[in-house]
Each structure stands twice: as C-alpha cells, then as structure tokens.
Design a binder for this molecule. Structure first.
Ligand code: RP5
Ligand code: MG
Ligand code: MG
Length: 287
C-alpha cells in the first residue's frame, strides 16, 4: 500500500516519481496483467556499491539462505526467483519477487539489497503517569494509557518507531539496542562518558524483550524486487524508573523524539501502527 502512494507533502524521491500506478486488484502477482512493465530504477548511490548494498552484479550471491554474513532468507518463506511473467524480467536480473505483490517499480529503488532488506524495530514502552506518579486512565475506554518512544523520521517527517537496518553479520538484539541508542538517545554525538551511561541503561532494559512482529513492512521504499522485513520487539519499563526516566535526544536519521500516547488514532510511518497495536493487545492498554 505505502509504496503505491505518493507523498506530495514530502520531498520527492526519485523512486516515487518513477513508480507506475498499481490498482488494488492488480497488486497480486496472481492477477494477470500482461502489459505490466514498470520502470527499472536503482538509486545511483546504491549502484556505486556502498558497503550496505549488494554489488552491481548478482553473480555469486546466494538467495533464500544465509549468504556469508548476510541473511537473505525471508520471514515470509521462500521468495520466487522467477517473475513468471515475461522473460525480459528475468534476463534483466529482476528475479526477486516481492512476496506481497506489484509495487509499480522494478530494481532496488533506494534499497541496498535484492530480496529482503532486514530491519529491526525496538518498541520501548512505559505507563503514562501524572506528576504524582499515578498511572493515567483514558476517560472513554477506562483503560490505562501506554506510551512508546517515537521518533520523527528525517526522510518523511512522520512519527515512527526508531528502527533501522541490520548491519552485515549483526545480531538482531544488537541492532535493536544500537538503533534505539542512535535515534532516540543520540549516542553518535554524546560525549563518551554519557554514551557509557546510556549504554548501561539500554543494555539493562533490553535484556527482556517480547517479539511482537516478524515479517514484511509496508514501507514506501519497497519495489517488486527489494523490500523491507523487520523483527519488532517490545521492551517495557513497568516501573517507569529505567528508560522511562531517560533523557530522550533525537539523533542520526531522527529529527525529533518523544513519548507518545498509544491509540488507534496515531499516524505512523510504514506499517508501524500494526506493531503498536500488537503491543497494546499484550498490555491490555487503551487503544
Ligand atoms: C521501516 O524502516 C522499518 O520498520 C524500520 O523502522 C525502518 C528501517 O529503515 P531506516 O530507518 O534505516 O531508514 O520499514
Ligand atoms: Mg538508524
Ligand atoms: Mg532508522
């Protein structure tokens, strides 16, 4: 859905401009659409071969498996290496079939990897409290209000979970802590003694997490051949004394950070509200 929407209020990305419209009933690869021939676009920077991107040639890469220190497996099962639509698609090297369907764009767009691009999303929560420290109830639902740490994304200017891509060879637990520390605590710019303090607090809270989601993310960057998948974990500070008392400080690709009250009315980046809904279900809080 999100990769098929344009975001006119935001800066225009090249990959957005090049996308063709895909009607809802033709998203599925099972729906026949012989004329479907979207633009093939991979951002020049991605083609220039940065560390986080696949090399220009896919020769020698292994898919649907762990390939050296890169996990190319999908949480959605095996992805197809054959478009099944027309031979050109396959000849051009566009083997990787988005498990959800057509996006209106071939190539990698702004994403680095063919197939799944793995991310991790830390959802840090606490109970909303008044100045006296008492938990606050929503007057309508009569349920306690839960808050999570949300950031404003530099690229889209919208609220989001402070997630990021898993680096090559990185354990997901490390990604979860690193992205939270960078985006919500600005550890990339803090003096070393403060980084140490933050790291201790984050390590402590992140010892006990609950997986709330694992799978495809409805991200605006997804293409027919490259897409984002994530693992989202909830880290809950029940007493409000650990991370609940942290000083939040936006950093890296975040330009704002705050505790946000969880409710179904939130507008969040990509499919992040789906993850937040799962967190709300687990805690039985206001939604
Ligand atoms: C979303 O984009 C994921 O759920 C994750 O939050 C994020 C990863 O991309 P970057 O924040 O590194 O741009 O799809
Ligand atoms: Mg990041
Ligand atoms: Mg990020």
């Amino acid at each position: 859905t999100n990769c098929r929407k344009s975001f006119p209020h935001l800066y225009i990305r090249d990959d957005d401009q090049k996308r063709c419209a895909v009607p809802d009933d033709l998203v599925s690869w099972d729906a026949e659409w012989k004329e479907y021939d979207p633009d093939d676009y991979t951002m020049p920077h991605v083609l220039s071969g940065p560390e986080w991107a696949d090399p220009p040639s896919i020769e020698g890469l292994k898919f649907n498996t762990i390939d050296g220190n890169i996990d190319r497996r999908s949480h959605m099962g095996e992805y197809s290496l054959d478009s099944g639509e027309n031979d050109d698609f396959v000849k051009d090297g566009h083997y990787f079939k988005n498990p959800v369907g057509r996006t209106g764009l071939k190539g990698r767009g702004t994403l680095g990897k063919w197939g799944p691009n793995h991310a991790a999303d830390p959802i840090v929560t606490r109970w909303k409290r008044d100045d006296a420290g008492n938990k606050i109830t929503n007057p309508v639902s009569q349920k306690l209000v839960l808050q999570f740490v949300a950031i404003v994304r530099r690229d889209h200017g919208v609220w989001a979970v402070p997630g990021g891509m898993v680096d090559a060879g990185e354990n997901i637990n490390v990604t979860l802590k690193r992205e939270f520390s960078e985006e919500a605590m600005n550890t990339l710019e803090l003096p070393p003694d403060q980084v140490e303090k933050v790291t201790t607090q984050v390590n402590d809270l992140f010892q006990h997490g609950t997986e709330v989601y694992r799978g495809y993310v409805d991200d605006p960057r997804n293409t027919d051949n490259s897409w984002i998948e994530t693992v989202a974990h909830n880290f809950h500070d029940d007493s409000g004394n650990s991370v609940g008392a942290f000083t939040l400080n936006a950093g890296d690709d975040a330009i704002g950070v705050k505790w946000v009250d969880i409710s179904q009315d939130l507008q969040l980046f990509a499919s992040h509200l789906d993850f937040i809904k799962k967190v709300a279900d687990i805690h039985g809080c206001h939604w």
